[in-house]
Design a protein around this ligand. Sequence first.
Ligand SMILES: [Zn+2]
Length: 73
Amino acid sequence: MSDTHDRKAEVSAAQEPQQPSVCMPCHGTGKVISNLDEHSRKVTCPWCRGGGVRLTGMDAQEWQREQVASKRH
Ligand SMILES: [Zn+2]
């Protein structure tokens, strides 16, 4: 019973700081192509809000809804 090494590796992996990951939907550009209407156009990426870095816990759908709602009169 000497699993000390394995357990230690597990702990160090868990303590590793979370690296900001590139936003996949926009590939880090901060812009995505919107196909909501017949004209495709670039819009600010709702997943990173234009930052190009994936934001954890981001509710993209909720944010998108707000954007659409604010555009309507
Ligand atoms: Zn993005």
